[in-house]
Design a protein around this ligand. Structure first.
Ligand code: SAM
Length: 275
């Protein structure tokens, strides 16, 4: 019987890729995790219970998949690369595989169908977009354990009063409490990426800071203001044609002279509710 290659052995992963005739695709962010400790940290951060259904985006060769299948009641994976899809099908059973670009999948329908957790080493080019898309889902998952670029992780978890605080921290922060779990060196991947990475934990708030009906105005406000983040909020709102700026700002507890990055999520919510 042929033994499956160990996905935490650089030598065996290299040989497997060669056997598949596959060169890691940079455009698809194919940096495969080969560090068992980091893979265990992601799988454990998701706190998967035996009755839970889990989504993995970008399973690649399956290094994380093989850790979550035994923990969960069901695992659904979305993978864009046909070579990875064929290999995953040949190696694993007892999971569902959607061959698609994750951006084209109706994620909310998957969550509505009972998937409550996400564990993934996300493709970095679409990571921010996916985190916001998932946070915006009506049936958003209760917990996500994700590997993303460290610089994006810093923005995700940043508090106000910091240049990293912005649209990503705020739009996800309305629905999730975000924390950084572990920094990851490029040497934990094959091939190593140019940047450091990080595991993050996104825990859904018991009560969102904003209702879904109010969210579109809020999102529009935050995005418009952060596109001019160096200006004072009073000046930005006047330029956007908001009236009466001073009265609205006072009611929301915001000083005319504050910059967008000084305003906590709760005060953005208060301001959006007044508009
Ligand atoms: N989970 C594997 C691991 O940790 O070794 C692979 C992670 S690799 C960073 C990202 C994976 O996402 C690759 O397998 C890539 O083919 C896949 N991918 C890239 N863009 C995608 C997209 N838009 N939708 C679905 N999968 C995508």
């Amino acid at each position: 019987m042929e033994v499956n290659p160990r996905l935490t052995s650089p030598k065996e992963v290299r040989a497997l890729l060669e056997k598949l005739g596959h060169r890691p695709n940079k455009g698809l962010g194919q940096n495969f995790l080969i560090d068992a400790n980091i893979l265990d940290i992601i799988a454990n951060t998701a706190e998967i219970q035996p009755d839970e259904s889990v989504l993995e985006i970008g399973p690649g060769l399956g290094a994380l998949t093989e850790r979550i299948i035994p923990k969960a009641a069901s695992v659904t994976c979305i993978e864009k690369d046909p070579t990875m899809v064929a290999y995953l099908k040949s190696r694993f059973s007892g999971f569902s595989l959607i061959e698609s670009d994750a951006l084209d999948v109706d994620l909310d329908a998957l969550f509505a169908g009972g998937i409550s957790k996400v564990a993934a080493n996300l493709p970095y080019s679409v990571a921010s977009r996916l985190m916001v898309d998932i946070a915006e889902c009506e049936h958003r998952p209760v917990l996500m354990a994700l590997t993303i670029q460290k610089e994006v992780a810093d923005r995700l978890v940043s508090p106000p009063g910091n240049k990293r605080y912005g649209v990503l921290s705020i739009l996800t922060g309305v629905f999730y409490k975000n924390t950084r779990v572990k920094k990851i060196s490029p040497t934990c991947f094959l091939p190593p990426p140019k940047v450091w990475s990080a595991v993050v934990r996104m825990e859904c708030r018991a009560v969102s800071l904003l209702g879904s009906a109010e969210y579109p105005v809020f999102k529009n406000l935050v995005k418009s203001c952060f596109s001019q983040r160096r200006k004072q909020i009073g000046t930005i709102l006047k330029k956007l044609g908001v009236v009466p700026v001073d009265a609205l700002l006072t009611e929301a507890g915001i000083e005319h002279t504050e910059r967008p990055e000084q305003i906590e999520i709760e005060r953005w919510v208060a301001l959006a509710r007044l508009l």
